[in-house]
Design a protein around this ligand. Structure first.
Ligand SMILES: Cc1cc2nc3c(=O)[nH]c(=O)nc-3n(C[C@H](O)[C@H](O)[C@H](O)COP(=O)(O)OP(=O)(O)OC[C@H]3O[C@@H](n4cnc5c(N)ncnc54)[C@H](O)[C@@H]3O)c2cc1C
Length: 410
């Protein structure tokens, strides 16, 4: 039996009515980009001071609750947990409409909604689904990803944070690092070692209460000046067994679910690029700064356009596959890699055109504002898996090339 969906047109009208009743329209939307107009802020990892961050989080929570109350928070999610169970393209209809309005958006919830919620859907117990899924969608709870450690980044299977059985739960001891958003998260997906079995069979994943006794979050200061990520220490922190994700020893599979969703969330439609992929910006930048006829600048501009098209099509192909209901697979790594490379190219182009204007804040529109982007691009090439690791995944799991020699082989 086929469920009765609203027609796409009726759904678009519903979305528009919801947005029009609550949010002002964005003045700049659908206007061609004009150098010198509006805000010149650019950045990939937007960072704010703690009070600004708290205000942003409040606005995001209000936005999510309004969406939830209107039945628009989880458009393609399961009805049992407050989802609407509409086909994937309906989310796209909503996103397209929302782009025209001044809304808080989901930027602070990329990890919560793009990575942890899908992992709980795939691997959580019935109790965990009840406790967390609706709360994450409503943003009553915010989640972070506790994977990387000082000795385990690309080689994630080397995690040494331990979880040991204790009655009807587990005690966790160890340290994580680079945990984005831990400072405002309520729960985290933590990957732990639970046995001395072979690699990939000795890991187990849990949902951890970030405010439990024995959990300590310490901010890490970045070269951008912000502190968007943290070290997290566990000293016998408690998790009930009902908050285990997947089988004992099955944590690797759970981690792959989260990482595939992460690459899709970063490289796919979820990441708007803050207008950075608007080619007109760069064409106008070259002209405004008198470099429009410079053959090297023109060459780089052409290169930017070609790769932008490729990155865009790649991103759209992966996003379409997701909308059609396919779980993100290794091809999500292509989208993530293509976008990371493109941001690097943009940074190089901006450096070539602006030169010293990038390092001194003279107040001139569209100059110093780019400094933050240049400081953010290296992080983009590392977070969610480095470019080199993405290339390995694409080589082995998409192109079917022979596996990289393991540590013993090397
Ligand atoms: C902005 C940002 C946000 C992040 N947020 C989180 C988060 O929320 N939660 C979390 O758990 N982690 C997070 N991370 C951590 C991130 O996942 C790791 O930094 C990443 O996986 C790389 O690990 P590493 O830093 O230990 O580097 P390493 O793994 O030590 O890599 C060092 C270098 O060696 C290269 N290398 C490693 N292995 C190979 C190989 N097999 N073949 C070729 N080259 C290789 C790498 O490409 C890199 O250049 C974040 C990182 C950044 C930058």
């Amino acid at each position: 039996m086929t469920a009765a969906f609203p027609s796409p047109e009726a759904f678009r009208d519903e979305c528009r009515a919801f947005l029009e009743a609550r949010y002002p329209r964005r003045a700049d939307v659908a206007q061609p980009f004009r150098w010198g107009e509006g805000s010149d802020a650019v950045g990939l990892f937007e960072e704010a001071d703690p009070s600004e961050e708290a205000a942003q989080l409040t606005a995001v929570k209000e936005w999510r609750r309004a969406l939830w109350d209107a039945g628009l928070a989880w458009i393609s999610g399961p009805a049992a947990f407050g989802g609407r169970e509409l086909p994937g393209p309906y989310q796209q209809i909503f996103d397209r409409e929302a782009r025209g309005f001044e809304v808080a958006g989901n930027g602070m919830l990329t990890i919560s909604l793009g990575m942890i919620a899908p992992t709980i859907v795939a691997h959580g117990t019935a109790g965990a689904k009840d406790r967390y899924l609706a709360a994450l969608q409503r943003a009553d709870l915010v989640a972070c990803q506790l994977f990387s450690e000082p000795g385990a980044g690309s080689d994630l299977a080397s995690v040494s944070t331990r979880a040991r059985r204790d009655g009807d739960g587990w005690r966790i001891t160890g340290q994580k690092v680079w945990t984005s958003g831990a400072q405002y998260s309520d729960i985290g997906e933590v990957l732990c070692r639970t046995s001395d079995d072979g690699r990939h069979r000795n890991l187990t994943a849990f949902v951890l209460d970030m405010r439990a006794p024995g959990v300590e979050v310490r901010p890490l200061r970045q070269m951008t000046g912000g502190a968007a990520f943290n070290e997290v220490f566990f000293d016998d922190a408690w998790v009930p067994d009902d908050d285990r994700l997947g089988e004992v020893g099955g944590g690797w599979r759970v981690a792959i679910t989260t990482l595939s969703n992460e690459r899709a969330a970063i490289g796919g439609d979820g990441f708007g690029g803050a207008g950075l992929l608007n080619f007109d910006r760069y064409r106008q930048m070259a002209e405004v700064f008198g470099k429009g006829d410079d053959p090297v600048v023109r060459q780089r501009l052409a290169d930017l356009l070609v790769h932008q098209r490729v990155a865009n099509y790649t991103r759209r192909r992966a996003a379409d596959a997701r909308r059609a209901g396919h779980a993100p697979g290794p091809e999500a790594s292509i989208g993530k890699l293509a976008l990371a490379q493109q941001f690097q190219r943009i940074g190089d182009f901006v450096g070539l055109v602006l030169g010293p204007k990038l390092v001194a804040d003279t107040g001139e529109w569209g100059t110093y504002a780019w400094a933050g982007l240049l400081q953010s691009t290296p992080g983009y090439r590392i977070g969610g898996g480095t470019d080199e690791v993405m290339r390995n995944i694409v080589a082995e799991r998409v192109l079917g090339l022979p596996k990289e020699p393991g540590a013993a082989g090397r």
